[in-house]
Unconditional design. Structure first.
Length: 88
């Protein structure tokens, strides 16, 4: 298995993000805290290993880390300055 086998786009995290946030998240717009670029969550790069790591497609900074174990989910989103969701 190569590193490229572990890289997907953010759409691959749609299920777990919906479970955590209760909304369609791939169209949500996040702003990278490192490079100030914004874009849809579905366009980020997703790395799979012990958990999920979402990285900025522009500067490669870590935007969010998600780890699941049984009925628990841990989310670290300190790399996102903002996360904009459509309501309604």
């Amino acid at each position: 298995m190569t590193v490229s086998d572990l890289v997907l786009d953010g759409n691959a995290a749609a299920g777990i993000l919906h479970a955590v946030y209760g909304a369609e998240m791939t169209l949500a717009v996040g702003t990278c805290d490192a490079c100030d670029t914004d874009g849809p969550v579905g366009a980020v790069r997703l790395y799979r290993s012990a958990g999920l790591v979402l990285r900025c497609p522009h500067c490669d900074a870590v935007l969010m880390k998600i780890v699941t174990a049984g009925e628990r989910v841990w989310v670290d989103s300190r790399g996102l300055r903002t996360l904009e969701l459509a309501v309604g």
